[in-house]
Design a protein around this ligand. Structure first.
Ligand code: DQA
Length: 150
C-alpha cells in the first residue's frame, strides 16, 4: 500500500511596490527585503505542514489572472494586494467569482493611516484580515489556513 500525503497548497500574492521592500519607506515597512519575505513565508509554511507559492506583481490584471488560475490548484489565498486593496473592484470580483478562501494581509495597519486606505475591496471578499504585524501578518494568515484546513 502506498499513501501520498497531500499538503494544503496556499498561494501568497503580493501587489504593487512590495518588490521594493527593504528600500521602500523603511520607517513603515521595515528594512527586510522582498526576498526575505519569500524565505519567511517558506519557513512558516514548512513549519505548518503546508506548501506555499509566493508571487509578486505590479499589475492589477496579473493579480486577477493569478486569482482566476488559483481555482482548482490552490486551497487558499493569502493576499496583500497593496494599493489595489483600496481601489480594485476587478480584484474583488475575481475573489467573488472564484470563491477561493482568502485572507487579506498587510504589513502595516492601513485603517490607522490615511483616510483613502480605510476602504478595502479585498476585505469585502476575504474571510479574515491580518494586518499591522509586519511579516508576522503573513505568518498569522498561513497558520490560520493550516489550522483550519482551508
Ligand atoms: C500595504 C498597505 C497598503 O495601504 C499600501 O498601499 C501597500 C502596502 C501593507 O502591506 O501594509 O502598498 O498593503
Amino acid at each position: 500500500m502506498c499513501y501520498t500525503i497531500q499538503h494544503m497548497k496556499i498561494l501568497v500574492l503580493n501587489g504593487p511596490n512590495l518588490n521594493l521592500l527593504g528600500m521602500r519607506e523603511p520607517e513603515l515597512y521595515g528594512d527586510r527585503t522582498y526576498a526575505d519575505l519569500v524565505a519567511f513565508c517558506g519557513r512558516i509554511a514548512a513549519g505548518s505542514g503546508v506548501d506555499v507559492d509566493v508571487r509578486q506583481t505590479n499589475h492589477e490584471g496579473t493579480l486577477v489572472d493569478w486569482i482566476q488560475e488559483a481555482r482548482g490548484t490552490f486551497d487558499a489565498l493569502v493576499l496583500n494586494a497593496a494599493a489595489y486593496t483600496h481601489t480594485s473592484v476587478a480584484v474583488l470580483d475575481a475573489l467573488k467569482a472564484t470563491r477561493i478562501p482568502t485572507a487579506e494581509v498587510h504589513l502595516t495597519e492601513p485603517k490607522s493611516r490615511e483616510d483613502f486606505r480605510r476602504v478595502s475591496y479585498v476585505g469585502m471578499a476575504a474571510e479574515k484580515t491580518f494586518s499591522g504585524r509586519g511579516f508576522e501578518s503573513y505568518a498569522d494568515a498561513i497558520r490560520y489556513f493550516a489550522a483550519k484546513g482551508a
